[in-house]
Design a protein around this ligand. Sequence first.
Ligand SMILES: [Zn+2]
Length: 65
Amino acid sequence: MAHPKQKLSKARTAKRRSANRVAEASTTNNCFECGTVKRAHFACTKCGAYDKKRRVTVKVEKPAE
Ligand SMILES: [Zn+2]
């Protein structure tokens, strides 16, 4: 049976795969709390809600005075 003469290094394989990789648009859905469009599996950037049990605090940047 045909057999590769040498092992392809991890780097070489990774380079080939990354070159042919097609960038996917990240999945978005609406926040169940405030309804803004947010990235799936990420906390909401506006209100910090992740799911009904967990939430994170969101830093609101104040404009410079
Ligand atoms: Zn939200």
